[in-house]
Design a protein around this ligand. Structure first.
Ligand code: 13P
Length: 251
């Protein structure tokens, strides 16, 4: 059975003390969530060490929001995969649309980042998704396929066991506009097929595909009821422990 995952992407929010309090609140409430749901918090780099301490030995896993495309050395301001594992990260998000849009993240860089992350023992949450213009031009299938082919087709079926895809339509991120459950399911099923075409049905069947974009306790149940939606990557609603856990209770 595929893993159910609810991951909170904190983005550039909270101070370190606020982040520690949020991590502790998530841990405190996590007992309510069924054991088969993997909870993940993805925090800013500055928060990883103390939040890692807060979740250590609990069912809440720690994730970064990004990593460098180089292993080590003279790359001022960058954070390496070994730095991430050294503070207890199990996951890193890669290719978030905000990084693609504002920081020039390219598919080529994402191949390098994914390679380094997997080699360091990190699991990768790779984000894909179309913007509004692409959706309106009905190019969303092509856009997601190209992002997956350009990055993930460079890896092996074995690597895919440590990769999660998050489908995040850019027009639904932080806008309050959620994709309908049917719209999301249609593209999740398509993404699974793109994975199956390269890696086979078994790998595709076992892969968790998360939905992200204005997911909240009030709409999570409908989304998670869909056959190919295995959980969520949550932005705004992950900043309140009650909402985040409320989403995790929606399976
Ligand atoms: P919102 O849940 O705030 O729309 O953000 C989604 C997201 O980008 C998660 O990575």
């Amino acid at each position: 059975m595929r893993k159910h995952i609810v991951a909170g992407n904190w983005k550039m929010n909270t101070t370190v003390p606020e982040g520690i309090a949020l991590a502790e609140a998530v841990v405190a409430k996590s007992a309510e969530v069924p054991a088969d749901v993997q909870l993940i918090i993805a925090t800013p780099f500055t928060h990883l060490y103390p939040c890692g301490k807060a979740v250590e030995g609990t069912r809440v896993a720690l994730s970064a929001e990004n990593c460098a495309d180089k292993a080590k050395g003279a790359y001022t301001g960058e954070i390496s995969v070994d730095m991430l594992t050294s503070v207890g990260c199990e996951y890193t998000i890669l290719g978030h649309s905000e990084r693609r849009q504002y920081y020039g993240e390219t598919d080529e860089k994402l191949v390098e980042k994914t390679r380094l992350a997997l080699a360091a023992g990190l699991k990768v949450i790779l984000c894909v998704g179309e913007n509004l213009e692409e959706r309106e031009a009905e190019k969303h299938f092509d856009v997601c396929k190209t992002q997956i082919v350009n990055v993930l087709y460079n890896f092996t079926a074995e690597d895919m066991k440590n990769i999660v895809i998050a489908y995040e339509p850019v027009w639904a991120i932080g806008t309050g506009k959620t994709a309908t459950a049917e719209q999301a399911e249609e593209i999740h099923a398509f993404i699974r097929k793109v994975v199956a075409d390269k890696f086979g049905a078994e790998v595709a069947d076992e892969m968790s595909i998360l939905y992200g974009g204005s997911c909240k306790p009030s709409n999570a149940k409908e989304l998670f009821a869909m056959a190919d939606i295995d959980g969520g990557l949550i932005g705004g609603a992950a900043l309140k422990a009650d909402d985040f856990i409320g989403i995790a209770l929606s399976f």
